[in-house]
Write a protein that binds this ligand. Structure first.
Ligand code: UDP
Ligand code: MG
Length: 324
C-alpha cells in the first residue's frame, strides 16, 4: 500500500484546523487504497494551533506534528515538512482549505496513470483578492517570465503532489533563501498543471500582508534572476558612453568659444541623476550580497521545538540543520 504524506504549514490557524482535518479525513476515507500521514507543521503559532494538532494526534495515529521555536515563514515550514516526510507521494496543502483537498484523487491519478512526476495547481481567477494585490502579482509574474530562465507560472499555488524522487531532488536544494515556486520549476521533471477557481479562505485571515508579499517577490527575483545585476552593468556602460560624448563636446566647445561660466543648474541635475543611479546600482549589488551573506552563514532553515515523529525520523539535535 502506498503512503501519501500531506504536509500542512500552519501559522495561527486555530479557526480552520478542525475544518481542514474534517475535510482531509473525508477525502482520505474515499481513497482507501492508500495510507495517509498528515504532517502539521506549526510555524510558531501564538494561538491554540499546536494544542489542536496534539489533540488530533492523540485521536488519530496518522496525525504527526512538528512545532517550530518561532515563526520561520511558510517556506521553512514546507521545507521542514518535505525533509521529515516519508510518503511515496507527498502533498503540500494550505490549512485554510484554499487548496481543495478534494483534488487529491485526480492528482494521484495523474502520477500513477499518466506518468507525471508531480502535479501542480494554479488559480485561473483571483476572485475575492484585493485588486491592487492581483495587479502587482500579475506584474511580478510577467517580469519574472522575462528575466528568469526558470519557469514560474502565474497563479501557481504551492499546492502540489510529488513523487518521492521529486521530493528528494527538492531536498538537495538546501538553500536558506527559499522561493519554492522557483525551486519546483528548477528541479525539472514532468509536471501536470491542474486549474481551479480561487476559493476564499474557510475561516481566519490571511497571514500575508502586502508588504510581506512584496519582500517575498524580491526574494524570488534575487534567487532566480541575475537580470538586475546585468541592468546595472548596462546602465554603467551607457552612462560612460554618454559621458565620453559629452566630454568631447565640452572640450571642442571650450576650444572654439572659450569658457563663459554657465550651466551650474544643469551640472547639479546631472550629478544628482548619476548619484541616484549609482546608489540604485549599489543597492542591487547589496541585495545579492546580503543573500550571499545569509547563505554563507549556514543557519538552519528551521528549529524544531517539539514533535511526535518517531525518534528515527527526528533530526539528530533538536536545533537541526539540513545544511551542515
Ligand atoms: N503560513 C505559515 N507561515 C507563515 C505564513 C503562513 O506556515 O508565516 C501558512 C498558513 O498557515 C497557511 C498557508 O501558509 O496554511 C498560506 O497562508 P495564507 O492562507 O495566510 O496565505 P494566502 O492564501 O492568503 O496567500
Ligand atoms: Mg490562504
Amino acid at each position: 500500500m502506498k503512503l501519501i504524506t500531506v504536509i500542512v504549514p500552519c501559522y495561527n490557524e486555530q479557526e480552520v484546523l478542525p475544518l481542514f482535518y474534517q475535510e482531509i479525513t473525508r477525502v482520505a476515507g474515499e481513497m482507501s487504497e492508500y495510507q495517509f500521514e498528515f504532517l502539521f507543521v506549526d510555524d510558531g503559532s501564538r494561538d491554540r494551533t499546536l494544542e489542536l494538532a496534539k489533540e488530533l494526534a492523540e485521536k488519530d495515529q496518522r496525525v504527526k506534528y512538528i512545532s517550530f521555536s518561532r515563526n520561520f515563514g511558510k517556506e521553512a515550514a514546507m521545507y521542514a515538512g518535505l525533509s521529515q516526510s516519508s510518503g511515496d507521494y507527498v502533498a503540500i496543502m494550505d490549512a485554510d482549505l484554499q487548496d481543495p483537498p478534494a483534488m487529491l484523487p485526480r492528482m494521484v491519478q495523474a502520477i500513477e496513470k499518466e506518468g507525471y512526476d508531480s502535479v501542480a495547481t494554479r488559480r485561473v481567477t483571483r476572485k475575492g483578492e484585493p485588486p491592487i494585490r492581483s495587479f502587482f502579482a500579475r506584474r511580478f509574474y510577467k517580469l519574472m517570465h522575462r528575466i528568469s530562465k526558470t519557469e514560474i507560472v502565474d497563479g501557481a499555488r504551492d499546492y502540489r503532489l510529488m513523487t518521492r524522487q521529486f521530493v528528494d531532488s527538492l531536498l538537495e536544494l538546501g538553500e536558506y533563501n527559499r522561493f519554492s515556486k522557483g525551486l519546483f520549476g528548477w528541479v525539472g521533471y514532468r509536471t501536470k498543471w491542474l486549474e481551479f477557481e480561487n476559493v476564499e479562505r474557510a475561516a481566519g485571515e490571511t497571514k500575508w500582508s502586502f508588504w510581506k508579499l512584496l519582500l517575498y517577490s524580491f526574494e524570488g527575483i534575487v534567487a532566480f534572476s541575475e537580470a538586475p545585476l546585468a541592468l546595472s552593468a548596462v546602465m554603467g556602460v551607457l552612462f560612460c558612453l554618454l559621458a565620453a560624448i559629452f566630454i568631447v563636446f565640452v572640450v571642442v566647445r571650450t576650444l572654439m568659444f572659450g569658457d563663459p561660466v554657465a550651466g551650474w543648474p544643469s551640472l547639479i541635475c546631472v550629478i544628482l541623476l548619476i548619484g541616484g543611479i549609482q546608489l540604485f546600482c549599489i543597492g542591487i549589488l547589496g541585495e545579492y550580497l546580503a543573500k550571499t551573506y545569509l547563505e554563507v552563514k549556514k543557519r538552519p532553515i528551521y528549529i524544531c521545538k517539539e514533535t511526535n515523529l518517531p525518534k528515527s525520523r527526528q533530526p539528530e539535535t533538536e536545533a537541526h540543520s539540513q545544511l551542515g
